[in-house]
Design a protein around this ligand. Sequence first.
Ligand code: UT7
Length: 307
Amino acid sequence: MGARFIGWGIAVPDRVVTNDELSLTLDTSDEWIVERTGIHERRIGGTAMSLGVIAGRNALEDAGVEAKDIDFLVFATTTPDRITPATAPMVANELGLKCAAMDVNAACSGFMYAVRTAYGLLETGNKRVLVIGSENLSRWVDWSDRNMAVLLADGAGATVLEYDPTENDLLSFSLGADGADADLLTCEHGGYFQMDGAAVFRRAVRVVVDSAEKALAMAGITADDLSLVIPHQANIRIIQAACQRLNIEMDRAVVVLDHYGNTSSASIPLAFDDARKNDRVHKGDYALLTGFGAGMTWASAVVRWSQ
Ligand code: UT7
């Protein structure tokens, strides 16, 4: 069985918030944020639905398919517009989809969980699945809390996955979850995001390396074979530490957190979009897509681009 990525799209709010702007109201500085996270600026605005609709529409257009061609919408978000209904049916309605639509919440692993779910849906008879990762993290940030305010941002990314009996982009997956670490990164009802940053950092490096090694082994390749790593964009130091342990030079990693910050389930498609715009995605190349987040959850996949 094969599944191919046939189109991608993104959406980011227009409003750019620089580190210097945050420093006006928070006890922080551009120097600290850049040195400790790699983030220079981020985009703030929109909702999970409004950003998701734009990213989804762009992905449909890029794939050259219409709303009627989509059999299922899997919508990854940590920040649904409402607790219920899920955001997916509203996005589907805006896009004119006439199919099943559901939310997936796996925090910053959400996009890869959604891709894994889509793969399973294609395996069981669906022809095309629209996957969207969309976040409005800024709504749940306490803007007087420097720990979170400098990290989180808004954005969305989407892809269309199509069943293909002859070609396959998705060679392997390694996903996991460990609720024993649930309290490391939380947002309670009516509250704000809170995180034990150092503990999440340590755990993130471990689970990314472990799941990446498993996905590489399952795909029958080694890290040397990878042309690209498209990681979740939380902190440049996490990406550097994971790449170092996997023996992957940083010039093979895609980094967009410098201008987008941490957009949770939108970060991997935003990074893919950047890689493609910079001509870093080539037919036949291997790539590692890897994410981690609250839960804790993690998810790696090895891809070989068929186009
Ligand atoms: O998407 C998945 C979830 N998120 C993540 O993966 C994030 C994981 N964690 C991280 O990225 C990092 O742990 C942080 C960026 C959150 C923090 O970096 P750190 O190097 O672990 O710093 P720290 O928490 O150890 O804090 C170092 C110092 C502390 O001051 P003292 O105790 O040394 O005096 C903090 O109070 O930096 C201080 N600090 C800040 N200073 C200026 C913490 N936040 C800030 C800030 N500006 N925004």
